[in-house]
Design a protein around this ligand. Structure first.
Ligand code: SAM
Length: 221
């Protein structure tokens, strides 16, 4: 299928000038917003499933329709893969049976990551693939690295991978990682060429857009 998806357009010429301040504020003021009851319930079900598997964990946060979750499950047969998304519509689309080592969970990540951290989860790998960019400068707080939950996301630890078609998102994320952890994330351009991990990756690549991948090994905090 050919796609014609437009590159991200933003009024930001480079990393947001307020980024460091937002990150410091998130570090100083841990998020206190109460956890939604449905996320609590779905987290409990996921925890039960995971306890039954006794294998290392991989998180696919913001998994959309769960194609990446399925692919990761095949790539890592000795791991338990949990794909999380808040969209019932996306999760409900039929993309075939889920492998036995994969689970899709409907939840808001802001709550799910906090519950996972409280429960002591320590994913070996953590994927955040093509998060919503929120490219307007005024929406920095909605990007994961500008959000108050950011320190909790990093504290989950693991080999972390972020992919995006917006280089500024990836650059900002790396700056925010360095601010919180002192670690320098690697940023590379990727060219999957038909071997797409997610539908958004396919759409952007087939529209001729550059794709960026950030990787960093995070310590469990
Ligand atoms: C641009 S889509 C990418 C989906 C998939 N990773 C892909 O690459 O095809 C971003 C996804 O993140 C999900 N999402 C955004 N904010 C979320 C949140 N707070 N909690 C859970 N899912 C969220 C959306 O529902 C959407 O499916």
């Amino acid at each position: 299928m050919q796609h014609n998806s437009r590159p991200v357009i933003s009024n930001q010429p480079g990393p947001h000038q307020e980024l460091a301040r937002y990150v410091s504020r998130a570090q100083a003021h841990p998020l206190r917003k109460p956890i939604a009851e449905h996320t609590q319930r779905n987290f409990a079900l996921a925890a039960e499933w995971l306890a039954g598997r006794q294998t290392p964990l991989i998180l696919d946060s913001g998994c959309g329709v769960g194609i990446s979750t399925r692919q990761l499950a095949e790539q890592f047969p000795g791991h338990a893969i949990i794909g999380i998304d808040r969209s019932e519509d996306r999760l409900g689309r039929d993309h075939g049976d889920l492998p036995a080592n994969a689970l899709l969970v409907r939840a808001d990540l802001v709550d799910f990551w906090r519950l996972a951290h409280q429960a002591g989860w320590a994913p070996e790998y953590h994927y955040v693939l093509y998060p919503n960019p929120y490219p307007k400068a005024g929406h920095l707080k909605m990007r994961w690295h500008g959000h108050p939950v950011f320190p909790t996301l990093l504290a989950l630890g693991g080999r972390f991978e972020l992919r995006s078609n917006w280089p500024i998102y990836v650059e900002e994320f790396a700056l925010a990682v360095a601010q919180v952890t002192g670690k320098q994330a690697s940023i590379t351009e990727i060219a999957p060429k038909g071997d797409y991990l997610t539908p958004f990756e396919a759409k952007y690549a087939q529209s001729g857009q550059a794709l960026w991948c950030l990787r960093v090994d995070l310590a469990r905090g």
